[in-house]
Design a protein around this ligand. Structure first.
Ligand code: IPD
Ligand code: CA
Ligand code: CA
Length: 265
């Protein structure tokens, strides 16, 4: 049993509690507020976060919390939970059934446990550092698909894509030409879980937040994949440019991003 299994099990309980609530409220009338021009928050985001935080703090009252919808006091604990209560909020608010709860755990700044739960499919993705990645208890490994032209990739676009030129549009065009296909499904955490599961071969995005990626990055690494920044250097969840892949197409993806950045693509 991995050292972090007890933490993982409590995160699983919290994600299932939130997921059950999300499924129950799905496609019902919701209070929705705007955080920006395109960025929504629903009452389900807020209540899901409350449920997750309540469960985790009931088990680990000294741990720190970083979550999307509220600011929590930081006590200087070596353990920090990084929580996206609903990843895929735009989907959720539109009744498009593609969303999840995502919970990662940092110990001394290092990812050690992660859970992503898709309540619609009842798919629970879990990982612990050194303990592997799993889908509903079955071990995961990344795909072996290569080269880039044979692959299916995931990505997304930042909420400010209409007003900021760092909007991922040119990268999207270049990858759409060079890969077999691209999916913009609307939940970055699930994109990463799908790379871990070998359902996507690679993923890139910019301007993501720590809660979008914390659990998913550990899943990809523990499934044998690779995660870096756009230039191929070491990635941490506070870096806002991410490339995740099965490892085999990583150099091709990084080279493509470099070519786009230098105007050669
Ligand atoms: C968003 C989703 C989306 C990504 C956005 C994220 P949210 O998170 O993960 O796929 O493209 O950049 O902000 O707002 O649904 O939690
Ligand atoms: Ca998110
Ligand atoms: Ca969210």
């Amino acid at each position: 049993m991995s050292t972090y299994e007890n933490y993982l099990q409590e995160a699983v309980i919290a994600a299932r509690i939130a997921g059950r609530y999300q499924k129950y409220r799905f496609a019902s009338a919701l209070n929705i507020e705007m955080k920006g021009d395109k960025d929504l928050v629903t009452e389900v985001d807020k209540e899901s976060e409350r449920l997750i935080v309540e469960h985790l703090l009931s088990r680990f009252p000294d741990h720190d919390i970083v979550a999307e919808e509220s600011i929590y006091p930081q006590n200087g604990s070596p353990f920090r939970w990084v929580i996206d209560p609903v990843d895929g909020t735009t989907n959720y608010a539109h009744g498009f059934p593609w969303f999840c709860a995502s919970i990662g755990l940092l110990s001394e700044g290092e990812l050690v446990a992660g859970v992503i739960y898709n309540p619609v499919y009842d798919e629970l993705f879990t990982a612990t550092k050194g303990g592997g990645a799993f889908l509903n208890g079955v071990r995961l490994s990344v795909s072996s698909r290569t080269p880039l032209k044979s692959t299916l990739l995931g990505t997304g676009f930042p909420y400010d894509c209409a007003t900021d030129s760092a909007n991922n549009f040119t990268n999207f065009i270049a990858f759409q030409k060079s890969a077999r296909g691209i999916r913009r499904a609307g939940a970055a955490a699930l994109d990463l879980a799908y790379v871990a599961a070998g359902r996507l071969d690679g993923f890139w995005e910019l301007k993501l937040k720590p809660w979008d990626v914390a659990a998913g990055v550990l899943l990809v690494r523990e499934a044998g994949g690779m995660v870096t920044t756009f230039d191929g250097s070491i990635y941490d969840i506070f870096n806002n440019r991410i490339v995740a892949s099965n490892g085999l197409i990583h150099d091709e993806m990084v080279a493509m991003l470099a070519a786009v950045a230098s105007g050669k693509e």
